[in-house]
Design a protein around this ligand. Structure first.
Ligand SMILES: [Zn+2]
Length: 323
C-alpha cells in the first residue's frame, strides 16, 4: 500500500479521505519582514487563528489539507505540525517555488550564472521529499510550482523542469499556480516534455476564467485541473466558476477535477483590512465554502453523492497513490 508523506509522518492512501488540494495556513507577500512596523511572527497566534478557521471544515468531514505554500512563500512546517495535531487532520506539506515576481528567485537566478540550477532546484525538491525539511523531520508530500501572468519566465521554466525531474525520482504529485488561469497548456507541455506523468499533475487556478474551450484544451493534455479558488469573487465570479464546473462534470471530466479554496487563516506583517467593497466580494471565501455552498449547489444540479465522493476523495487518492 502506497504511503503518503504528511507533516506527522507517512499515512496510507485510505487515511486521506476528504481532501482540499490547495489551501494555505499562513500567507503574506514576501517582504513583510522588511517592514519595521510589522509585529514579529507569533506562531501561537497563527495556530489559534488556523484552528479557529479550520474547525468547521474538519467537523464537516475534512480529513486532509494540502498546504500549497512553497518554500519561498513563508511556509511554516512547525505550524503545520501543530495544526495537524490540534485538529486531528492530515496536512500535506509542499516543497517548491513561487513565481519569479512574488517568490524569492534572486538566489538561484544569481547561481544560474555559473551553475545548472535545474539540477540544483531538483536536488532541493528531492531532498525535502526524501530526507525532510531542515531538521524538522517533516517530508514534503507534494511539489508546488508557479508561473506569472501570460508568460513563463526563464527562471520559472527551470523550476518547472526541476519539478518534473523530481517527480520522476520520487513519484510525488505536482500542483501548479497559474496567474489568473493563464499559461495552463504551456505549463502542462513543459512538465510533460521533461518527463512528468500527466496523471500526477494538477494545473491550478483554472477557475480564473470561464473559457470552456481553454479548460478542455488543458484537460486534453492528459493532466488534471483545479477549480481551487472557489469563493474568491473578487478575482472571478463564483457563479461562472460553478457554471464551468457543472459543464465539465457533465461532459465526462469528473475524474480530472480538484476543488479547493486557496484560503488562508493568518497574514504576516502589519494588520491588514480589506475595504468594505472588497469584503462583500470575499463573503464566501473560507475553508468551508465548498462544504456549505458548492457541494449543495452541485447536488441541486443533479450531481450524485457518488460523484461528489469522486471529486473530494477518489481523485486526491488517485493523484497521491496512482490508484
Ligand atoms: Zn495558493
Amino acid at each position: 500500500m502506497a504511503k503518503i508523506n504528511t507533516v506527522l509522518g507517512p499515512v496510507s492512501v485510505d487515511e486521506l479521505g476528504v481532501t482540499l488540494m490547495h489551501e494555505h495556513l499562513i500567507f503574506s507577500y514576501l517582504g513583510w519582514e522588511c517592514d519595521a512596523m510589522a509585529p514579529p511572527y507569533d506562531r501561537e497566534a497563527a495556530a489559534v487563528a488556523c484552528v479557529d478557521a479550520l474547525k468547521e471544515a474538519r467537523d464537516r468531514g475534512l480529513k486532509t489539507l494540502v498546504d500549497a505554500t512553497a518554500t519561498d512563500m513563508g511556509r511554516d512546517v512547525e505550524l503545520q505540525k501543530i495544526i495537524s495535531e490540534r485538529l486531528g487532520i492530515n496536512i500535506i506539506c509542499a516543497t517548491g517555488f513561487y513565481t519569479e515576481k512574488y517568490g524569492k528567485a534572486g538566489y538561484f537566478k544569481f547561481r544560474s550564472m555559473s551553475y545548472d540550477i535545474v539540477a540544483e532546484l531538483c536536488e532541493t525538491l528531492v531532498k525535502e521529499i526524501t530526507k525532510g525539511i531542515g531538521n524538522t523531520g517533516v517530508k514534503a508530500g507534494v511539489i508546488k510550482v508557479a508561473t506569472g501572468h501570460a508568460r513563463i519566465s526563464s527562471y520559472e521554466e527551470k523550476v518547472l523542469k526541476a519539478a518534473a525531474r523530481a517527480q520522476k525520482e520520487t513519484g510525488v504529485p505536482i500542483i501548479t499556480h497559474t496567474e489568473a488561469g493563464t499559461m495552463g497548456p504551456e505549463q502542462a507541455d513543459l512538465l510533460i516534455s521533461e518527463g512528468a506523468d500527466p496523471e500526477r499533475v494538477v494545473i491550478g487556478h483554472m477557475c480564473g476564467n470561464s473559457d470552456l474551450r481553454y479548460h478542455v484544451s488543458v484537460l486534453e493534455k492528459g493532466v488534471n485541473i483545479a477549480f481551487d479558488r472557489m469563493g474568491i469573487d473578487i478575482l472571478f465570479p463564483d457563479k461562472l466558476r460553478k457554471a464551468c464546473l457543472m459543464g465539465l462534470l457533465g461532459i465526462g471530466y469528473i475524474d480530472r477535477i480538484f476543488l479547493s479554496q486557496d484560503c488562508w487563516a493568518h497574514r504576516l506583517g502589519r494588520p491588514f483590512e480589506f475595504s468594505d467593497a472588497t469584503k462583500s466580494l470575499l463573503a464566501n471565501w473560507s475553508y468551508v465554502h465548498i462544504f456549505n455552498n458548492i457541494i449543495p449547489a452541485l447536488k441541486e444540479a443533479g450531481v450524485s453523492e457518488d460523484k461528489i465522493n469522486t471529486l473530494m476523495v477518489k481523485n486526491p487518492r488517485r493523484l497521491f497513490s496512482g490508484k
